[in-house]
Write a protein that binds this ligand. Structure first.
Ligand code: GLC
Length: 727
């Protein structure tokens, strides 16, 4: 090693071990390292060397970069070049609730806790980058990956993902916010072109990413598979250079989705920094080392040597890759894995994310129950496996049935399947520890269930979706809004004899509930991870008073929503054979549609009941005229006899806009915990940006003078107090 290298290596070591990531030290490390690197080392640094790693610069003592999924826990180790699990015995993780469940907590502190906790597991497993959170907006309930995302509103998704990012990165592990951008369906995800007007892009599909970058400080972003403006997003200079790095000042690295890179010039000019997963399996091209065949590998080097592409452009990628590497050096901190604290975190997040949608006096369950009948396949089905890349091998998964048994050790808890799904969990992700095969035909399953409910104190049906193909599963959108496997008929048959039936819906997406008025209670339980059954039982028994609120509207029927044509979803092949998906509904996504068009949903955005009740005082404004900002104060009182938490939501309505705008838009939320009889005042402070719409002509945010209204309430539909002000 030359003298200079020894000096630099020592410098890096010194800087690394005592700098603790002070930004200025990192910039110095980046500058020094770049100055020392050869062209070969620069090219090597910016693309994968295996399924989930890219090389550092061994000669300079810079370690390799290790990525891993995300976002609900640490994916089990895969083979070096293959998606297949390596079959290790030391990588069973803590499985956290799905991100839709996190969104349903509406709790910024919980979001930070989640990120910090899962980040500790990533650090312990030696990862530099955790591939999550996903913040793609729920544009249709049929999107296969809604369960990995944070609902239909960019303000909620942004504020919570920013905290998740901060939590992960507190472990010196980079979050990788995905999938940037306008990747809102799985159909044709790797080739489809999303056609979105600028105003919709800036008001709906970008803000969650922008908040995660500017408030969360995300160190990496994943460029999505799809096209935008008919350019693959991994090559989209408009999205990656102009907006992400230019307008937003993102100084981290853009990592391609796995196999989302298609062209050397496109990647070079388009703002991509790290190429992963090309040709899917590293060796699927059959070359001695297919990684050299990556678009930003030998082909890139050849074009630089030929003077066709500039080394300056390459150097900017190298800077960002080095910065990501240096920001995520452990400095002797080891994180933690499978700790009791992590399982407690799961249980707490789940308990806060479960949403009570209906309760005709049957919940909470009385602890002295003698006989409880639990029905439904989802009461025993493992849910942590499946769903593709977010699938996990958990150290344990407490099923709903087990959780209820844990909570009622003295009671007779009887289980009946009641219905049976038709597919095993996709092979790649079933680690063999589960076998829930069933021989009885559907009629027998129902007959046995009906016989079992006789004389029970309580009957609880756990149904919903699972993570099989065409349910909540990456790569495949749902084919129907209805519950699968004939559940509606089974639930109605049971409710006919047991109108006090408690229905627990396990899903990451809204589903149709035609039986909603025929059952006594409904819980939206999402996917709750390792502590599923315990978190569910905590809410069923009232050990935890439910405080979750829907991050996504549950329409009565899919047709009630803003997606009316094939062209909108899933799209169509145009005359040149390119798949086009037109976001014709524009900004009218989720409650922005239902609320503004006056279409009553089954359960509205922001809705969730409690075992207690809350009273809102009159909204008090710091001023009736908007100067720099306005502060709204509202007192919230717990008028019931049990402690509970309420999420007060602030919406803003533009009463005199020159353009079409949604009836109201979420611009603040605060979760407040109250003892019986206790009151607290929640405060919201907002500025002009909360009043603005995006003017595509001016390419600017515009707040028009005139009258506005703040609306504060318990859901987008349940407004408790309003007040007008002017700009
Ligand atoms: C997948 C997913 C992405 C995941 C990556 C690595 O195709 O789109 O979310 O992080 O590849 O598994």
């Amino acid at each position: 090693m030359k003298y200079g290298h020894i000096l630099l290596a020592a410098g890096l070591l010194l800087a690394g071990c005592c700098a603790h990531n002070g930004q200025k030290d990192i910039e110095k490390q980046v500058k020094d390292a770049l100055a020392q690197m050869t062209l070969n080392e620069k090219i090597a640094l910016i693309h994968a060397q295996s399924k989930f790693t890219s090389p550092g610069v061994p000669r300079l003592g810079i370690p390799e970069l290790k990525c891993d999924d995300g976002p609900h826990g640490l994916r089990p180790e895969t083979l070096w070049d293959k998606w297949a699990a390596a079959g290790q015995t030391n990588d069973s993780c803590t499985a956290y609730p799905s991100l839709t469940c996190l969104a349903a907590t509406w709790n910024k502190d919980i979001a930070y806790l989640y990120g910090r906790s899962v980040g500790e597991e990533a650090r312990y497993r030696g990862k530099n980058v955790l591939l999550g959170p996903g913040v793609n907006i729920c544009r249709t309930p049929l999107c296969g990956r809604n369960f990995e995302y944070m609902g239909e509103d960019p303000f909620l998704a942004g504020k919570l993902s920013a905290q998740y990012v901060k939590g992960v990165q507190s472990n010196k592990v980079a979050a990788c916010v995905k999938h940037f951008a306008v990747n809102n369906q799985e159909s044709h995800r790797t080739d489809g072109n999303s056609v979105v007007d600028d105003r919709t892009l800036y008001e709906i599909y970008l803000p969650a990413f922008k908040t995660a970058v500017q408030e969360g400080g995300a160190w990496s972003i994943m460029s999505s598979y799809n096209r935008y403006e008919e350019v693959f997003v991994s090559h989209s200079s408009h999205l990656l250079n102009d907006i992400l790095k230019g307008e937003w000042g993102f100084d981290g690295a853009v990592i391609s989705d796995w196999g989302a890179t298609h062209d050397t010039e496109g990647a070079a000019h388009g703002g991509l920094d790290l190429e992963f997963g090309t040709h899917t399996d590293g060796l699927s091209q059959g070359l001695a080392n297919a990684y050299d065949a990556y678009y930003m590998a030998e082909p890139y080097k050849a074009k630089i040597l030929a003077g066709e592409l500039s080394e300056d452009e390459l150097n900017e990628k190298v800077r960002r890759a080095l910065r990501l590497n240096f920001r995520t050096q452990a400095d002797g901190y080891f994180g933690s894995f499978l700790s009791p604290e992590h399982f407690a975190d799961c249980r707490r997040i789940g308990g806060e994310g479960i949403v009570l949608l209906r309760n005709e006096g049957v919940l909470p369950l009385k602890k002295d129950a003698k006989k409880i009948v639990v029905l439904g396949e989802n009461a025993i089905r493992p849910m942590i496996v499946g769903g593709q890349s977010s699938s996990l091998k958990a150290q344990h998964e407490i099923s709903p049935l087990q959780g209820i048994r844990n909570a009622f050790p003295e009671a007779e808890v009887v289980y009946e399947r009641a219905y049976y799904s038709d597919q095993p969990t996709p092979g790649n992700y079933n680690y063999g520890q589960y076998d829930i095969t069933e021989e009885r035909p559907a009629a027998k399953l129902l007959a046995d269930a009906l016989a079992a409910v006789e004389g029970a104190d309580y009957v609880i049906f756990v149904g919903g979706l699972n993570k099989n193909d065409n349910q909540d599963c990456e790569g495949r959108d749902r084919l129907s809004y209805e519950l699968p496997y004939g559940q509606n008929e089974v639930i109605e048959a049971i409710a006919a004899v047991r109108p006090d039936l408690v229905y627990v819906n396990v899903s990451g997406s809204p589903v149709a509930m035609p039986f909603a008025d025929k059952v006594a209670a409904i819980l939206q339980a999402w996917y709750l991870g390792s502590e599923t059954g315990n978190a569910l039982a905590d809410v069923l028994t009232g050990a935890v008073n439910p405080s979750g609120k829907l991050p996504v509207t549950f329409p009565v029927a899919l047709e009630d929503g803003p997606i009316k044509t094939e062209r909108q979803f899933p799209g169509f092949a145009d005359e040149k054979g390119m798949w086009q998906t037109y976001y014709d509904e524009g900004i009218y996504v989720g409650y922005r549609w239902y609320d503004t068009k006056g279409v009553k949903p089954q359960f509205p955005f922001g809705y969730g009941l409690s075992y207690t009740s809350f009273e809102y005082g009159q909204a008090k404004l710091s001023s009736k005229k908007m100067g720099k900002s306005i502060t709204v104060k509202v007192s919230i009182k717990n008028t019931g006899d049990v402690a509970g938490a309420e999420v007060a939501q602030l919406y803003i309505s533009d009463l005199e806009s020159s353009v079409d705008r949604p009836l109201k838009e979420l611009k603040g939320f605060e979760k407040v915990y109250l003892q019986p009889g206790e009151s607290k005042t929640v405060e919201f402070t907002f500025g002009r940006d909360a009043l603005s719409f995006f003017d595509a002509e001016k390419h600017a945010w515009v707040a028009e003078p005139g009258k506005f209204k703040v609306l504060v309430g318990a859901s987008s539909e349940d407004i408790r107090t309003e007040a007008e002000f002017t700009l």
